[in-house]
Design a protein around this ligand. Structure first.
Ligand code: SAM
Length: 245
């Protein structure tokens, strides 16, 4: 294991020993996850016969919402605590087509590979190697979808000013916000058709804050949809999506 992976592991073992479970169970975070799942299905075209791989799946809360819509979902994560929780929840929910493995990679071919808040945890060299890995993982016509914080996000500036301790609590030592177009270029240079778009403005960061109601998320998401139509504001959005393939 590399030193970065050791630090990531130590941070996430702690995060997944209770805090993440209760935080992710909040109604607004669940509503955000459901929104993400609809987006993933729309953009990747994954359906009832698709095999989906999720890199850095955490406790699998997105993957377990995705499972009823696809043939199979496989989640991999560095953290044993995350995988234990994801497996327990898959069993409790009766989702035998959701499989979770501890590790940093996977074997086999998938119709869609997703990476939710994952790429920005990879060191530059590992991020640069991702297009090559995807060639080995995707079926012909398969698609890769990722979601990561943008270095241009206004919410980051506001958060660092107003809630610096909270921001630190949610971040590992090695993660960083990514530049959307530079990240997309890594895949384009490898000859892969890549689209980049901004996913949200304030709705995802707010979903984790008080009051965390489902209705609150829906309102914030509706406001985001309006804000994201305005070019200069879109650039200051929180998280960007890549759609590769
Ligand atoms: C910000 S969390 C995102 C988790 C999940 N996708 C979500 O949306 O909640 C990043 C995840 O990546 C995992 N991770 C970090 N480096 C990894 C690596 N090299 N291989 C696999 N998982 C890794 C961490 O354990 C953590 O669960």
């Amino acid at each position: 294991m590399t030193p970065v992976q050791q630090r990531e592991l130590a941070y996430h073992e702690k995060l997944y020993s209770g805090f993440a479970q209760s935080h992710f169970a909040r109604p607004a975070v669940r509503a955000l996850r459901r929104h993400m799942v609809r987006r993933i299905l729309d953009l990747t075209g994954a359906g009832p016969h698709s095999r989906v791989l999720s890199l850095g799946c955490g406790i699998g809360d997105t993957e377990l919402l995705l499972a009823p819509h696809v043939g199979e979902v496989v989640g991999v994560d560095l953290s044993p605590a995350a995988i234990r929780q994801a497996r327990a929840d898959a069993e409790k929910l009766g989702l035998p087509n959701a499989r979770f493995e501890q590790g940093t990679g996977a074997e086999g071919r998938f119709d869609a590979v997703i990476a939710i808040f994952f790429l920005h945890h990879l060191p530059d060299a590992e991020l640069a190697a991702m297009p090559g890995q995807l060639r080995e993982l995707l079926t012909a016509g398969g698609r890769f979808y990722s979601l990561d914080p943008s270095c241009h996000r206004l919410s980051g500036v506001v958060g660092r000013l107003l809630l610096p301790n909270l921001m630190k609590r949610y971040q590992t030592e090695d993660e960083r916000e990514l530049e959307p177009n530079q990240t997309a270029e890594l895949f384009r240079r490898a000859g892969m058709k890549t689209e980049v778009s901004i996913y949200d403005f304030g709705s995802s960061p707010l979903a984790g804050l008080i009051p965390s109601w489902r209705f609150g998320y829906r309102m914030a998401r509706a406001i985001d949809d309006a804000i994201l139509r305005v070019g200069p504001l879109r650039r200051r959005g929180s998280n960007f999506e890549l759609l590769v393939g």
